[in-house]
Design a protein around this ligand. Structure first.
Ligand SMILES: [Mg+2]
Length: 366
């Protein structure tokens, strides 16, 4: 092997894109009217890798000010060494939240870059347990009318989804009657064979979560996500031992310590590669979950997760989140196709095959 086989990282750039939603949206504990994607490109030799996270402009600033200097000049094949160096460089900032968003975007770009340098599809570099990556339809915001929810369900049915998730816990868990009525509406529209899933985004207090969970069991709901705050591991444990439906959490996990805290109190671990340290962090978390005989489900960012989700044996599904499913084809060319209830990651090109669209510039925020 010659020196030219191991090029070094020569360039890192960031950009911020802001995609307004069609109308204001809400779940149980948050309202929003736009989604911000922070992209990172990493260059080595004549190749450029692309990654992104869903965060805020500060993640781009952090990437440029703190991570770029750590990454430049490193062996472009050494993702693991680079990951550790980035993590160590951020010690005094705290390594969770924004920092883990930024590291995630760089890590994902690095995997794409390395696959390109090796001249292989990203699915070859990461490994491939499956060619089709199952998805579930996700959205069902508390801010939707019944007709708007019906439109989302129809789109999920057209994509072949056999599992669908809506938001409950409206207004911090104070509208339980409407929460349950919306689940009944979902059942009526989705049909008896669709798996029903709900996400309270930590909106309930423990007593209401238990009572709502009992009602969910009677309605045949199989997935109760963040019934209480995912920081309340004792609460999750209590609900898991009380209810029949699966308890799920993990979307905010930033590292293996967070994963370790959640594994004993969930039935399925959720992990988000754009928050948990990129593909590197996601693969490590998936392995920890497997050691506990648990499935892993990817949170949001479906186009990015298609590749890493194909690589682990204990995958349950990827969240086909409606906001991201709409914006990712506006941000990049080459998103994995969705049909028959599954993502189909490209294995005909080097890397993940996604590149920033020229006309994405119109969404540029910084
Ligand atoms: Mg969630």
């Amino acid at each position: 092997m010659t020196a030219s086989d191991h090029p070094t990282i020569t360039g890192l750039s960031t950009a911020v894109y802001r995609f307004p939603t069609r109308q204001p949206e809400a779940d149980g504990t948050l309202e929003w009217d736009a989604t911000t994607a922070v992209t990172v490109t990493l260059t080595a030799g004549d190749r450029t890798g692309l990654g992104w996270t869903y965060s805020c402009p500060a993640a781009a600033t952090l990437t440029r000010d703190t991570l770029a200097g750590t990454v430049r000049g490193r062996d472009a094949h050494d993702i693991t060494g680079g990951w550790s160096a980035m993590h160590q460089a951020c010690r005094n900032l705290g390594t969770r939240g924004l920092v883990s968003h930024a590291i995630s975007a760089v890590d994902i770009a690095w995997w794409d870059l390395k696959a390109q340098l090796l001249g292989v599809p990203l699915t070859t570099l990461l490994g491939r347990c499956r060619t089709e990556v199952p998805i579930y339809g996700s959205g069902g915001f508390t801010s939707l009318s019944d007709i708007q929810l019906a439109e989302q369900i129809e789109a999920w049915q057209e994509a072949g989804c056999t599992a669908m998730k809506i938001k409950i816990g409206e207004s911090w868990g104070t509208r339980i009657t409407r929460d349950l009525a919306r689940i009944e509406w979902l059942r009526a529209l989705a049909g008896s064979r669709t798996q029903l899933m709900v996400d309270a985004n930590g909106g309930y207090r423990i007593g209401d979560a238990r009572r709502v969970g009992t009602a969910l069991d009677e309605l045949g709901v199989t997935w109760f996500e963040e019934p209480v705050s995912s920081d309340d591991t004792a609460g999750l444990a209590l609900l898991r031992s009380t209810l029949r439906c699966d308890i799920a959490a993990g979307e905010y996990a930033a590292d293996l310590y967070d994963v370790r805290a959640l594994l004993p109190v969930v039935d399925c671990l959720q992990l988000d590669a754009t928050r948990c340290g990129g593909y590197s962090g996601w693969l490590r978390g998936a392995a920890l979950a497997q050691a506990q005989n648990l499935d892993i489900s990817a949170h949001c960012a479906p186009s990015l997760h298609a590749f890493v989700a194909a690589a682990v044996p204990n995958l349950r599904h990827v969240e086909w989140f409606i906001d991201h499913a709409r914006l990712e084809p506006l941000l990049v060319d080459g998103v994995p196709e969705v049909y028959d209830g599954a993502l189909h990651p490209d294995d005909t090109t080097f890397g993940h095959g996604m590149t920033l669209r020229d006309d994405a510039e119109k969404w540029c925020a910084a």
